[in-house]
Structure formats: structure tokens, C-alpha cells
Write a protein that binds this ligand. Structure first.
Ligand code: PGA
Length: 256
């Protein structure tokens, strides 16, 4: 079953627009049997949208995620949100280490590893983003970057929780640029990641790990990625804010 994650980033600007966007998706996401959809709105809209989605609807293949969380459970951490608070709301997934957080908010691999550890202890499904910059790609460093980011992230993951971890390969140069990474290149990166996980953990874990692609996915290119059995789903930014586009992608995902 393919996993489609909608990363709304810092959009939209009001509760009214958020609920409108969600309501226009809701009907079409009702009877999902062959794809899992995770909507990741800004924190402040999560309670509203969780309330707006009936329990039955959530059971049918729709879930909610957040775009970040903190690495401590509670305390004097002004402005932060803990995994426990998210879980308490009914949130099931969390995006960690998105390149925008790494770059703009200086999140390091070590911080991401701490967030990953606590998210798993809190029973969230973490979606860990990894990927190289344009410069790193030019210098032939893609595999090195992936290896470093994944090795550090997985260091503190107990074996019993590894099956909950989801990895998103998001080459930074492909995010929000209309310059998507070719399916061949994505496949090469994902096979490298599986080989690495097999080396770090074991073959079965590597085979079962859910690995997504993200970076300028639109309805016209979604099928090329989803058609690959090694690509378990997509992380979608811009196109997830466009109802028609997003629903087209969901439809494609259901055909696999
Ligand atoms: P994009 O964003 O689909 O707009 O390229 C993807 C992401 O940042 O996760």
C-alpha cells in the first residue's frame, strides 16, 4: 500500500482556509482502501482538522501528522511542542529533519536523532527526511550525505521500534523547484538506502522499511515514482495545497 504524505508547510493563513481545504479533500478520502494518506498541517490547525474528521474517516486510511516536534517530553522549552502533546491530540505521524528545518532552523543530525528517539517512544510514526544539496550532488557526494544522515538518525532507535520508521528521500535541489529528480535517480538512492540499512541492521528490516520520495511531485510525474515497487510513497509539498492536483495523485496511488 502506497503512503502519500501532504506537507502543507506554513500554509494556509487562517482556520477558515484550512478547514475549506480539508473539507474539499474529505469526501474523496473517505473510502480509501488501497492507499494511506497523511495530512500534515501547521500545528495550530491540527485540533480543528482532527475534530472535523470523524473517527470512522480516520480509520479508513486517513491520518494526521505534524511537521516537527521537540526532543523532550515537557518543561522549560519556550515555543516547542512535544510528541506526547501530539499523540494526545490523535496525531499519528511526524515529519522530522525536513531540509527547511535543517537549513533555516539549524537542526543537526544529532537533534534529529533525539527527536526520532522520543517520537518512537511516544508511538508516533516518524518520517525522517534525508537528501543532498545541489552542490553535494555536483561533487558526487549524494551517497555520503545519505549515509551520514541515516547512520546518525538510526543510532538510538531500538530494534523493537525500527518498523515504525519511515524515510523520505528528498534531494534538496528538487524541493519546490519544479525540477524533480528522475525516477531512475530516486531508485538508485533508495536502493543505496536499503543496502545501507541492511548493513546497519539486517536484510529484512531493509526490505520492509518504507521509503518515500519527495521533491516537486505533481500529478504528471507521480505515476513514474509510484510504479516502482521500491518507492513506497510520496511526500508532497506544493501540490498538496491544490485540491485537484492532490486528489489526482491520491487516485494514482490507489491504482498500485
Ligand atoms: P514540494 O515539497 O513538493 O513543494 O517540492 C516537498 C517537501 O518539501 O516535502
Amino acid at each position: 500500500m502506497k503512503l502519500i504524505v501532504a506537507n502543507w508547510k506554513m500554509n494556509p493563513n487562517s482556520q477558515k482556509e484550512a478547514i475549506q481545504l480539508f473539507n474539499s479533500l474529505k469526501k474523496s478520502l473517505k473510502n480509501l482502501k488501497k492507499a494511506k494518506i497523511v495530512i500534515c498541517p501547521p500545528f495550530v490547525f491540527l485540533p480543528l482538522l482532527l475534530k472535523a474528521s470523524a473517527f470512522a474517516l480516520r480509520k479508513s486510511g486517513l491520518a494526521f501528522g505534524s511537521q516537527n516536534c521537540f526532543w523532550q517530553e515537557k518543561g522549560a522549552f519556550t515555543g516547542e511542542i512535544s510528541p506526547k502533546m501530539l499523540r494526545d491530540l490523535g496525531v499519528e505521524y511526524v515529519i522530522l529533519g525536513h531540509s527547511e528545518r535543517r537549513k533555516i532552523f539549524a537542526e543537526t543530525d544529532k537533534i534529529i536523532a533525539e527527536k526520532l528517539k522520543l517520537s518512537l517512544e511516544t508511538n508516533l510514526f516518524p518520517i525522517v527526511c534525508v537528501g543532498e544539496t545541489k552542490e553535494e550532488k555536483k561533487r558526487g557526494k549524494t551517497f555520503q550525505v545519505l549515509e551520514k544522515e541515516i547512520k546518525i538518525a538510526l543510532k538510538k532507535v531500538p530494534k523493537s521500534k525500527i518498523r515504525k520508521v519511515i524515510i523520505a528521500y528528498e534531494p534538496i535541489w528538487a524541493i519546490g523547484t519544479k525540477n524533480s529528480c528522475s525516477p531512475d535517480e530516486v531508485l538508485t538512492a533508495i536502493l543505496f538506502i536499503r543496502k545501507l540499512i541492511s548493513k546497519l541492521l539486517d536484510k529484512k528490516t531493509a526490505q520492509n522499511m518504507r521509503i518515500l520520495y519527495g521533491g516537486s511531485v505533481i500529478s504528471q510525474n507521480a505515476e513514474e515514482y509510484l510504479g516502482e515497487k521500491n518507492i513506497n510513497g510520496l511526500l508532497i509539498g506544493g501540490a498538496s495545497l491544490d485540491v485537484k492536483e492532490f486528489l489526482k495523485i491520491v487516485k494514482i496511488a490507489q491504482s498500485f
